[in-house]
Ligand binder design. Structure first.
Ligand code: MN
Length: 740
């Protein structure tokens, strides 16, 4: 058992100005309070807080933390009180000891949700002061080291808890050695047979390869020194039973198949030396592909930095190498506690207390806050186990609230993570103060400010950009709502017109009593159904006024030149481009069908001036006083309506194969100004069975003529064929289709 003076000496070794009186007082107080208490092993109880303190001295923590370790079980297990500790050691230490007492009281039951809830409380407790968690982890480590004295059932429960919660936490805090030891100790009790087998095999292996580690160490060191890295140190080790077991499990390998059970650390002076060492070993030995990772250029979130690579090394063994500086090594060993030693940045040397400002500290704090905000405890536990944090980015709102997102998340994901309303109204984002595209992938620590607009529907295309389920679901919902609204608007206009023609007035109220007859749930649904063309407005009219007599609507004469208007049997009016076709083209009724689907029955529809042909992707726009205009999606006119999603109508071609018709498209030709050009153009058009509706010379320069031709084609394929053939004509310089 460690003596009082030994403890003080240990602390003074790394912190010469440590408060000796505080350490002495805590030692004596704990000793007196625990008195004759013993542990399950039969040892005096005081040996436990002393060992916990010793573990923390290895991590070179300050004297207050060591004092807290000595006192950590006093309030819970002895007559000591918070008030007494406050009085003797100050409020700071009193608060930490009380924090540990609370953690101990949390009765960890086997129910997962409950366990996770407790862990969450634990994490919240330490977000006040990370030292509480450091003491808690050291406490757990010592309890695990002495677990053999516990009852069987207790062992299993404590081991599982350690494996699921404390080991990953230690890892997350960057304390790799602590994590390894906690895992190995838990492994032993959770899966004794596997532990036995792996341990035995490892022992056999090290016997068979006696001296191999030393041999490889020497060879590596000599090579580095020979290449000028005079201070390089090399340390080899056999891997821990649990990490070997985990690898066997995750890769479904037998022990014999496991090739890299040896790991070597190359520790050098500075970062350039790391890369030099890498070059040296890669030049000398063959590299195993796919195993190289550079955590120096891209450190892990817990500040871990190293270069990892695997080589087929000396003695033809496959060995893993970690290359790092001394400072990186310390962080890898002690993690967050290493920040107690140095100021931020490489090379600092004087003792600096664990600072609330250190990177790792603030990272941990933010992690915890993010965790505490989670919804489902089970999910939270799952995250802890899966170490999901590696795949997350942590960003902040302008007010400093932390938002945790999966890697690859965009400002849109961020906006939806804050609130659905914010996501829905997002139009732009500032990242760290600069306006950035909404497709930008967020990085850790980004401060994101969302720019919003009052009237905005999230574009459906966002669904492809976002990575979070929440954002995707919300965008889908909003898009669905917008489409419904759009159809409802259209349906409403159609109904108004139909009712008006019948001399009636349409209102939502008139619809309500007849909903059941229409088979609709509510008024909005009914109106949208009309908008989508699923229900005819005449049917609605008849449902409201059962004695209404259907009257044929008279032909509405077309006034637009070059456009052909016609009426259908049930009163719809639509126009398609082209000359009126008579019986020579399939009979008078051939055109009764609207060639477009997605519109109400009574919509007035016409094509944009530059036309659209089957095969074009098209969209309908409700235009005031003009009904619906069909545009190819390439039409730049559409930009005018970008801000008015309610005008957009999804439409599709719906051709009547039995009664084909031609459609207009406009092409622009730049032709060489020479005799016969026009004739050649006309011949080409005619040969392809295409009509020319209009042709105009747009501009005539000295040598060139620009012609706009409105052609009438059956479909896009025919139009494209025309363009291809025109391009091949000698007299033509360029041909392109125009959409406006
Ligand atoms: Mn304890």
């Amino acid at each position: 058992m460690m003596r009082q003076y030994e403890l003080v000496e240990r602390v003074q070794k790394y912190k010469p100005d440590a408060n000796e009186a505080l350490l002495n007082k805590a030692y004596v107080y704990a000793m007196q309070k625990h008195g004759k208490q013993t542990r399950a092993s039969g040892d005096p109880y005081i040996s436990h807080p002393l060992e916990v303190a010793a573990i923390l001295t290895e991590m070179r923590l300050d004297e207050s933390t060591i004092a807290v370790a000595l006192l950590h079980d006093t309030i819970e297990d002895t007559t000591a009180t918070r008030a007494e500790i406050d009085e003797l050691f100050g409020e700071d230490i009193g608060r930490l000891v009380e924090g540990l007492t609370k953690l101990k009281k949390l009765d960890l039951v086997s129910k997962k949700a409950k366990q996770a809830e407790n862990l969450r409380k634990l994490l919240l407790a330490i977000s006040d002061d990370v030292r509480v968690l450091l003491v808690k982890l050291a406490d757990r480590l010592h309890n695990m080291r002495t677990l053999e004295h516990m009852r069987d059932d207790k062992r299993a429960r404590i081991s599982e808890e350690t494996m699921e919660i404390y080991a990953p936490l230690a890892g997350r805090m960057g304390m790799q050695d602590m994590r390894d030891e906690l895992e190995d100790l838990s492994f032993r009790y959770i899966n004794p047979e596997a532990y036995e087998t792996v341990t035995q095999r490892l022992a056999e292996l090290s016997q068979r390869n006696e001296g191999l580690i030393k041999k490889i160490e020497d060879e590596l060191r000599e090579l580095l020194v020979a290449n000028g890295l005079l201070n390089a140190s090399v340390k080899g080790r056999q891997k821990q039973p649990y990490s070997v077991f985990r690898k066997m499990q995750s890769k479904s390998l037998s022990f014999e198949q496991l090739s890299d059970v040896y790991g070597f650390r190359l520790i050098v002076d500075d970062v350039p030396a790391c890369y030099r060492a890498l070059g040296i070993v890669h030049t000398r030995w063959r590299v195993v592909p796919g195993r190289f990772k550079d955590y120096i250029s891209t450190p892990k979130q817990n500040d871990y930095r190293s270069i990892h690579t695997t080589i087929v090394g000396p003695s033809r063994q496959r060995i893993e190498l970690q290359i790092r500086t001394r400072r990186m090594h310390e962080i890898a060993e002690y993690g967050i506690a290493a920040h107690a030693l140095y100021k931020d940045g490489e090379g600092g040397g004087d003792g600096e207390l664990l600072s609330r400002e250190s990177n790792a500290y603030s990272w941990l704090r933010h992690t915890i806050e993010a965790l505490a905000e989670g919804d489902s405890p089970e999910e939270f536990l799952e995250h802890t186990k899966l170490e999901l944090f590696q795949d997350q980015v942590f960003c902040f709102t302008p007010k400093g609230k932390l938002i945790a997102l999966p890697r690859g998340a965009t400002p849109i994901d961020f906006a939806y993570a804050v609130h659905t309303n914010i996501g829905d109204t997002t139009v732009g984002a500032k990242i760290n103060g600069s306006i950035m595209p909404l497709v930008t992938r967020l990085s850790n620590g980004d401060e994101v400010e969302i720019i919003r607009s009052g009237v905005q529907v999230p574009p459906a295309a966002w669904e492809e950009i976002v990575v979070t389920g929440k954002a995707r679901a919300a965008i889908r919902r909003a898009t669905r709502m917008a489409i419904r609204k759009q159809y409802a608007g259209l349906g409403h206009r159609i109904l108004e017109r139909t009712f008006e023609r019948a001399g009636k007035i349409f209102s939502r109220d008139t619809l309500r009593p007849v909903l059941h007859r229409l088979g609709q749930r509510d008024v909005e649904d009914a109106i949208a159904a009309v908008g989508r063309g699923e229900m005819s407005s005449i049917d609605v009219l008849r449902a409201v006024y059962p004695d209404y007599q259907d009257e044929r609507v008279t032909v509405k004469p077309s006034t637009d030149e070059g456009w052909f208007a016609m009426n259908s049997a049930n009163g719809m009016v639509f126009k398609i481009p082209g000359k009126p076709r008579g019986k020579d083209e399939g009979g008078a009724d051939a055109q009764d069908r609207l060639p477009i689907r997605g519109l109400g029955n009574n919509a007035e529809v016409h094509f944009s001036p530059a036309g659209a042909v089957p095969g074009d992707r098209i969209v309908g726009i409700m235009e005031d006083g003009k009904g619906i205009t069909i545009y190819p999606i390439q039409a730049s006119t559409l930009q005018k309506f970008d801000d008015e999603p309610e005008r957009w109508i999804d439409v599709r071609w719906d051709l009547d194969e039995a009664n084909k018709s031609r459609f207009m498209a406009r092409i622009l030709i730049n032709a060489i100004n020479e005799p016969g050009t026009l004739a050649t153009v006309a011949q080409t058009v005619a040969r392809l069975d295409i009509n020319i509706r209009t042709l105009s010379m747009v501009r005539v320069a000295a040598d060139f003529t620009e012609m706009a031709i409105d052609v009438e084609v059956w479909d896009l394929r025919q139009l494209n064929q025309l363009i291809v053939e025109m391009k091949e004509l000698d007299c033509i310089s360029t041909v392109k289709r125009v959409y406006d």
